[in-house]
Design a protein around this ligand. Structure first.
Ligand code: ATP
Length: 451
């Protein structure tokens, strides 16, 4: 702890009071205050003691009453009851039911026990401080103005939606190819929302075997099935107060979809093998790389669940459509990798940038991250050159020609692709494709009219 550890001794026996004060003050980190009555102690609670040693029998009120009023003032104050032999039963009850930290009897080992309690409470407070600090760090990490990198018009649109999403509890559905950052977006929403101090729980529906998914989501009661040796909470319950991120939602089978719908609609779950409905309060964020509307059309996804989950829709564009973001992200990943590995800075050569800009990134941002990390390792001297950038994607490029469009439609797609790639810069795209800029303007006008 950085500040003094503040101790209240509430004790009407002056000899005891002096003795306890003496040995506790031997530790220079302790700030000790003594009070002979319950009222005096209560009057000074604004000093915010970390620890109160409370004699059970005081002249003006019982230890129970003082305890209750301390807890009503601030339930985090740790109170140890000092009791005589005849009050032990009451003291035990105060620990079990009224929130006292423990009780001590005034016997030989009294000093050792008091000191051990104080040490435990200090450790507990240190841990709480550490957890708080870590929590702040996570929150700062997911401040989306810093953690989600992107300056392209497509990502600016995403940022505007993120700002709207964090203000309410609306369900959010995130669509995007693999590696486009769906989970990063979900975390950013959580850590920028008022729910940031409650849990963010992510469940990858595609990664859990089908027959385990239900108990994973909803939990189970002891004896619900062979192997259920103790009751277990499900992810819905664990996300209470926070955010539940259901990744790869399209992978859930129709049977479980019905149960999901019920849970989300009623805002309560029933554990497998249980009867009692358990309410939960979590914001739901879903993600998929599939076209969920198409899944509905083909009968693989329930229409009612689809509409329930739709909420605010965020479409993450593939990296190849984010223009200069490729370079922003490349620098970002390069810098973090070098920092994490305590390596000196590296520049990114122009040819290396051009090589990156000309690639279609089937694995999206995740692939770029891996490429940059490898490039940092491969680079000699202080620069990453074109040959340090290695593409090893195992995914095929989009099967462009299998779509069977008309030549005119292909033309539009190609122009649109280049517009996205070069941040809607018509002149640059006209130059790259070697066509007249009026062709592009005409196409854009036609599209507008169709809308
Ligand atoms: N805009 C971004 N800014 C910074 N990092 C990003 C961004 N988008 C993605 N990343 C990083 O790329 C990697 C992949 O992101 P993430 O896991 O969120 O993708 P995903 O779409 O959920 O993937 P999948 O569909 O495979 O589950 C992560 O390391 C993530 O931190």
């Amino acid at each position: 702890m950085n500040t003094a550890f503040r101790i209240f001794i509430v004790e009407d026996d002056p000899t005891y009071q002096r003795m306890v004060r003496y040995f506790l003050e031997l530790n220079p980190d302790h700030e000790v205050h003594t009070f002979a009555t319950g009222q005096e102690c209560l009057d000074n609670l604004n000093l915010r003691p970390h620890f109160v040693s409370l004699d059970y029998s005081l002249p003006d009120m019982t230890g129970e009453e003082v305890l209750m009023r301390i807890k009503a003032f601030d339930e985090h104050i740790n109170v140890v009851i000092l009791s005589g032999q005849r009050d032990i039963d009451i003291a035990v009850d105060l620990v079990a039911r009224k929130g006292a930290y423990d009780y001590i009897t005034k016997e030989k080992d009294f000093r050792a026990r008091l000191e051990s309690h104080i040490q435990n409470i200090k450790n507990k407070l240190d841990l709480e401080e550490e957890v708080d600090q870590l929590r702040q760090e996570v929150v700062a990490k997911y401040d989306f103005t810093r953690s989600v990198i992107g300056g392209s018009p497509a990502m600016q649109r995403v940022f505007r939606l993120l700002e709207k999403a964090v203000r309410t509890n609306i369900t959010v559905s995130v669509y995007g190819e693999t590696g486009t950052g769906k989970e990063v977006i979900a975390k950013s929403i959580h850590y920028n929302s008022p729910r940031r101090n409650a849990p963010f729980v992510a469940v990858n529906m595609g990664a859990i075997p089908k027959d385990l998914l239900e108990s994973e989501l909803f939990g189970y009661e002891k004896g619900a099935f062979t192997g259920a040796i103790a009751r277990k909470k499900g992810q819905f319950e664990l996300s209470d107060g926070g955010t539940l991120f259901l990744d790869e939602i399209a992978e859930v089978d129709l049977n479980l979809q019905a149960k999901l719908l019920r849970a989300i609609q009623e805002r309560e779950v029933t554990r497998v093998g249980g009867e009692e409905p358990i309410p939960f309060d979590a914001r739901i964020i879903i993600a998929t790389h599939r076209d969920l509307a198409q899944e509905v059309k083909e009968g693989r996804f329930r229409e009612d669940l689809y509409y329930r989950l739709l909420g605010l829709t965020i479409e993450l564009p593939p990296l190849r459509e984010r223009g200069h973001d490729i370079i922003l992200l490349a620098h970002f990943f390069l810098k973090s990798f070098l920092e994490q590995n305590h390596l000196p800075p590296l520049k990114l050569a122009k040819e290396a940038k051009n090589k990156l800009l000309g690639y279609n990134f089937p694995g999206n941002v995740r692939e770029l991250k891996a490429i940059m990390e490898l490039a940092a390792v491969m680079a000699s001297e202080d620069e990453i050159n074109a040959e340090d950038i290695q593409f090893r994607s195992i995914r095929k490029e989009e099967a462009f020609l299998t779509k069977e469009l008309t030549l005119e439609e292909y033309k539009k797609r190609i122009i649109q692709h280049f517009l996205n790639k070069y941040d809607q810069d018509v002149l640059l795209v006209a130059d790259k494709l070697d066509i007249g800029k009026s062709t592009i303007y005409r196409m854009l006008k036609e599209e507008k009219e169709q809308i």
